[in-house]
Design a protein around this ligand. Structure first.
Ligand SMILES: O=P(O)(O)OC[C@H]1O[C@H](OP(=O)(O)O)[C@H](O)[C@@H]1O
Ligand SMILES: Nc1ccnc(=O)[nH]1
Length: 503
């Protein structure tokens, strides 16, 4: 059926095609059906929305579609029902616990990228991976399929280093320090990050407080070849484009299936042309990989996957038993990271982890002797060279290189929880802290989150402040307080843990 395109000032994060009731009836199209829109130059798929916002003979396309395909208003197109993609059958194979073939995985990823699979089918695919998993063959096929359906970057500065955390630990602002330290040592490190998946702030969300993170591949190539580094959002690029769509499903479900996580991370590293990759695997109570033996197994899989992709991978299993540093939430974390890189001093967990990871990368890149990397990394941090490099990154990405921690706006609606008893801090519940920070509005409300006034092992007296919730609205603050009261994220215990007698 022929139709004229009408551009709609609507943005939904999905590819929606609006069609009138009359045309829908004639074309036997129903809400949420897949529709194919064909022109001489391109074919796009979208989800049907039936609405008399458009007249018979017209289709309405949203701004999401326009960003990917430059339709012009009034352009004549041909529309046909999109039917059900073959890849839905492959998703059901995985739901049934069967191993997928390479071509079947490639079909699923291509249909995700072509928007032939809708949110419900993508969520089903992600859920099936959470339940039934992937073996190493499937993970490798998934990784290359995700990378090869997008663009690849060729940076003319070798060797190319990279670092990536599997995430899961609140306050993990570490790589905002690692990248400038490594680049200040003269190595090349084009860092891409995702936005929050299970946390209250992904690295891209935090960096965005300091500088734009949405850049084209050409722009990234220019920046990295000029200053040796970047800190950008992977989802803004056409790098492994299926990744951001599956991450959307993961974020909604707050899950990160093991096989998909391996492919999500390594597909982006592969697309960036990274040759030496360090993977941070936080382990401990309340993170994605709670047991050390599972962390070691995941480490081996990252190394094996790297070998299959021609990349040299090392892994660092890091402490994830409580949040990193004292802040959780984009602006609060940006503030803490900036304070630490300016002064060269900061929370032990943040400085130790950042210099430890950076030290490994310096040794991997051949600019530090074995065993000396962490010491050299700390010298780079304390000397101010890391800060100078971060300022270059911020400036090249379009931010204000002279931004100071005090310039960063944080939520002014606050509530502080205090100790109800004296004793020692024996536990800070990672998942509870993340839930509270997200209830307060993070990561979407950049100024929202949590400031921890205590860490595990510290002694407190009754009435001492434990943590402060920041929010940008009273409503969000109230929701966060309710969650905090329900979850009690911080446990205080005396040395007498339990008295047992007269059993
Ligand atoms: O903690 P959650 O949200 O599950 O994982 C997502 C975070 O983990 C990775 O961190 P980095 O970019 O290596 O610093 C991602 O890029 C993202 O920032
Ligand atoms: N699943 C993922 C976890 C962390 N980082 C990513 O890019 N993807």
């Amino acid at each position: 059926m022929k139709a004229k395109v009408r551009i709609l000032d609507i943005e939904t994060g999905r590819f929606l095609v609006f069609i009138s009731e009359e045309d829908a009836k004639n074309a036997k199209l129903h809400p949420e059906d897949l529709i194919k829109v064909e022109t001489a130059k391109r074919t796009i798929y979208g989800d049907v929305v039936i609405s008399n916002m458009v007249k018979p003979g017209e289709i309405g396309v949203t701004k999401d579609i326009l960003r990917a395909y430059s339709f012009s208003d009034g352009e004549l197109v041909n529309i046909v029902p999109g039917g059900t993609p073959e890849s839905v059958r492959y998703i059901k194979k995985k739901m049934n616990g069967q191993k997928l073939k390479k071509v079947e995985i490639e079909a699923i990823i291509k249909d995700i990228v072509d928007r032939k699979l809708r949110d419900v089918e993508i969520s089903s695919f992600v859920t099936s991976l959470e339940i039934n998993g992937l073996d190493m063959d499937e993970i490798a096929w998934l990784t290359t399929a995700m990378a090869e359906t997008g663009d690849m970057l060729d940076i003319d500065r070798k060797p190319i280093m990279d670092v990536h955390s599997i995430g899961g630990v609140p306050g993990n602002k570490t790589n905002i320090l690692v990248v400038p330290i490594v680049a200040a040592a003269g190595l090349t490190i084009p860092k891409t990050s995702s936005r929050a998946i299970t946390s209250a702030a992904g690295t891209a969300d935090v960096v965005e407080v300091l500088a734009p993170v949405t850049h084209s591949l050409d722009e990234i190539k220019r920046i990295v070849e000029k200053i040796g580094a970047c800190l950008v959002w992977g989802g803004a690029l056409n790098l492994a484009p299926a990744d951001d769509l599956t991450i959307k499903a993961e974020r909604t479900l707050s899950i990160d299936p093991r096989g998909l996580m391996l492919a999500s991370i390594m597909s982006k590293k592969y697309a960036m042309g990274s040759q030496y990759v360090l993977i941070d695997i936080p382990t401990g109570e309340g993170v994605k990989v709670e047991k050390i033996e599972d962390a070691r197994s995941l480490a081996k899989d990252f190394i094996e996957l790297g070998k299959r992709l021609g990349q040299y991978v090392e892994t660092a299993i890091t402490y994830g038993g409580q949040p990193i540093g004292h802040t959780i939430g984009p602006a609060l974390e940006a503030k803490e990271a900036l304070e630490t890189i300016i002064t060269g001093k900061g929370p032990g967990s943040l400085v130790e982890k950042a210099t430890g990871l950076a030290g490994i990368l310096l040794e991997m890149g051949g600019v530090a002797p074995a065993g000396m990397g962490k010491k050299i990394a700390r010298e780079i941090l304390e000397s101010g060279k890391a800060y100078e490099k971060l300022k270059e990154i911020i400036a090249e990405q379009g931010g204000d290189p002279n931004v100071k921690p005090g310039d960063i706006p944080i939520g002014d609606k606050t509530y502080t929880f205090v100790a109800q008893t004296s004793g020692y801090i024996t536990r800070i519940d990672n998942r509870a802290i993340t839930t509270i920070a997200r209830a307060a509005g993070a990561p979407e409300d950049k100024g929202s989150g949590v400031i921890l006034h205590v860490k595990v092992g510290e002694k407190v007296k009754e009435g001492d402040p434990l943590f402060t919730i920041h929010a940008e609205s009273e409503t969000r603050l109230d929701q966060a307080i309710i969650q905090a009261r329900r979850m009690e994220p911080i446990r205080i215990e005396g040395m007498v843990l339990q008295r047992i007698g007269n059993l």
